[in-house]
Design a protein around this ligand. Structure first.
Ligand SMILES: [Fe+2]
Length: 204
């Protein structure tokens, strides 16, 4: 299908969600407890996951260490229970649809996608990396759905040949079968964090 052409040929594609039912579910998720700051307590710091008692302590840690360490690859991870409600289920199913359409797989061949909300704060960025595809043995695709607009925070792919700007309802798919492309995220500026719904989709 045309919308996945670049995914299969170059390792990454992006498109915007136009289906009103799917957009409605995204909006509902953006109004849910997952978006409440007090639930942002688990930080990903490089390869480490650090759980804090509350958001204030996590932010204290971030601010204290921000100037000491390269401020890269640090963000909040908020796991979303895909079976929580009709909206989380709708989005997980929709991500499964994208992957099944793109790779020509039956729905039964794809593991029901887990969902995580990643929140990237002002002053941070993500350096060039790959997400560790295994040649298609189990990992298929990383699917990102932007949940808001922010200043900076663009996804940089193909060595800067293309940048993708965060916008509510924009989807990015990164191939983890044969391409596993390098990608980076530009410095986040301004008051709005970069909030992305992320799913690594595997074969079942
Ligand atoms: Fe990545």
């Amino acid at each position: 299908m045309e919308k996945y052409k670049n995914l299969l040929e170059k390792g990454c594609c992006n498109f915007e969600i136009t289906d009103s039912k799917i957009l409605k579910s995204l909006e509902e998720i953006s109004k849910s407890e997952y978006f409440e700051k007090e639930n942002w307590v688990r930080l990903r710091w490089s390869q480490w996951g650090i759980q804090f008692l509350n958001n204030e302590e996590a932010l204290d840690f971030v601010n204290e260490y921000k100037d000491l360490k390269e401020p890269s690859q640090v963000y909040f991870q908020v796991p979303i229970n895909k079976n929580d409600n009709v909206h989380t289920k709708t989005i997980s199913d929709e991500i499964k649809n994208y992957v099944s359409e793109a790779y020509g797989l039956k729905e039964s061949e794809i593991h029901p996608p887990a969902l995580t909300l990643n929140v990237y704060l002002n002053g941070f960025h993500i350096q060039n990396h790959r997400d560790g595809g295994d040649g298609g043995a189990s990992r298929l695709s990383a699917v990102l759905i932007y949940m808001n607009e922010c200043e900076g925070g663009e996804l940089v792919i193909h060595g800067g040949e293309e940048t993708i700007v965060p916008k509510f309802g924009r989807v990015v798919m990164i191939d983890l079968t044969k391409h596993d492309i390098e990608h980076a995220v530009n410095l986040i500026k301004g008051d709005n964090p970069r909030i992305v719904l992320v799913s690594f989709v595997n074969k079942s």
